[in-house]
Design a protein around this ligand. Structure first.
Ligand code: HSE
Length: 381
């Protein structure tokens, strides 16, 4: 048996998977949806999706156009047409997870989204398996390669934010609109998806308190070094005993010898906690052409091998997100009056008393009305 593929998008990841599949004789790309024409591929390329949708030979669609639309519509149409879909689209999936997973199950086809969280790291696949034999209670880690590259190089080499962001874009790590990386939205989508898999309750991405690294300055980096800390953008979720979930994304200052501090460049690290097995940590390349194409290829390979769609769990209902229970001190730089007890470090920087994630994110939203450049980072204790 061979898979016949309709490939949507020939950008960084799309061209990567196309090149990988050329080396296989059991997965054939028979059509490519692409607005641009690429020399030598014109015979495969079309700008009309119906040529893929209505082609009975195509049994599997690889969706790599990203973003919300038309990715959502194309995915729904492909599933309704009885085609498997393999995707790396965390934005679309996190906002339509219930619809997409339910539709795939009802149609008896695969929706494989391993590549949407952690790039090359087999994280979601293992979450799906782990949850069959243990109760998963927490997920935490670095899930955005672009911001990790920026933070790591700013701290180790003293280079500027824009300069390193441009490098991430050149290397194909950053999203088409890098605001999704810098403002933490990409990480928000990923923790929403991973939490749904782990806890079997959907977590609405918009309920995840989310802060990025847009406002970090060179002066902040110098302060972190003085405090013997390293800044990382961390996505975290915890299943509370009452069934609610703490879920947030924010810069966190970790000890300079912490696991996360040793995660360099575009790498990711993600930990999962289970009641029986304790803590497992995964690490590897979370972004980029070949690592992500590799994860897409694994999803295709699983379909070929007949891995049961039942491995792909369908969560039941939505979890309430309650970030009152997550409490820690924060580093803040602001010209506004900080309304919580704190110790001044000088030059408008502070370390607060422990405060809940919800309270800090709410406060930052209010204070930005007078200080749009406010930056804050949780401090890991
Ligand atoms: N922009 C994302 C990142 C791509 O930098 O991690 C991988 O999801």
């Amino acid at each position: 048996m061979a898979l016949k593929i309709g490939l949507l998008g020939l950008g960084t990841i799309g061209s990567g998977i196309y090149e990988h599949l050329l080396k296989r004789d059991d997965i054939h790309v028979v059509r490519i949806l692409e607005l641009l024409r690429h020399p030598g591929l014109e015979h495969l390329e079309t700008s009309d999706y119906s040529e893929i949708l209505n082609d009975p030979e195509i049994d599997t669609v690889i969706e790599l156009i990203g973003g919300m639309e038309p990715a959502h519509t194309f995915t729904v149409q492909a599933l309704k047409a009885g085609k498997n879909v393999v995707s790396a689209n965390k934005l679309m999936l996190s906002h339509h997870m219930e619809e997409i997973l339910t539709l795939a199950r009802d149609m008896g086809v695969h929706y494989r989204y391993d590549a949407s969280v952690g790039g090359s790291i087999p994280f979601l696949y293992n979450l799906m398996r782990y949850r069959c034999a243990d109760k998963l209670t927490a997920i935490s880690g670095i899930v955005n390669g672009t911001t990790n590259l920026i933070l790591d190089i700013m701290q180790r080499e003293g280079r500027g934010f824009e300069d390193v962001l441009a490098e991430a874009q050149r290397e194909g790590y950053a999203e088409a609109n890098p605001a999704a990386d810098i403002d933490g939205i990409d990480a928000q989508c990923k923790i929403s998806i991973a939490s749904a898999v782990a806890y079997q309750r959907y977590v609405r991405p918009e309920a995840v308190n989310t802060e990025g690294i847009r406002h970090i300055t060179g002066a902040d980096i110098i302060n972190f070094k003085r405090l013997d800390k390293v800044c990382r953008l961390i996505a975290s979720s915890t299943l509370n005993a009452d069934g609610t979930v703490c879920a947030y994304v924010e810069p966190i200052l970790v000890a300079s010898d912490a696991t996360e501090a040793a995660v360099h460049l575009n790498n990711n690290t993600i930990s999962v906690t289970g009641e029986y097995f304790g803590l497992h940590t995964f690490q590897g390349q979370g972004a980029g052409k070949d690592p992500t194409a590799f994860a897409v290829e694994l999803g295709l390979r699983d379909i070929l091998d007949g891995v049961s769609p039942r491995l792909n769990p369908i969560p039941e209902g939505y979890a309430e997100v309650n970030n009152d229970k997550a409490v820690h001190p924060y580093y803040v730089h602001t010209s506004a009056k900080l309304e919580i007890p704190s110790r001044a470090l000088g030059d408008g920087t502070y370390i607060t008393e422990p405060v809940s994630v919800r309270a800090m994110h709410d406060l930052a939203r209010r204070l930005r009305e007078s200080d749009s450049g406010l930056f804050f980072a949780g401090i890991q204790e």
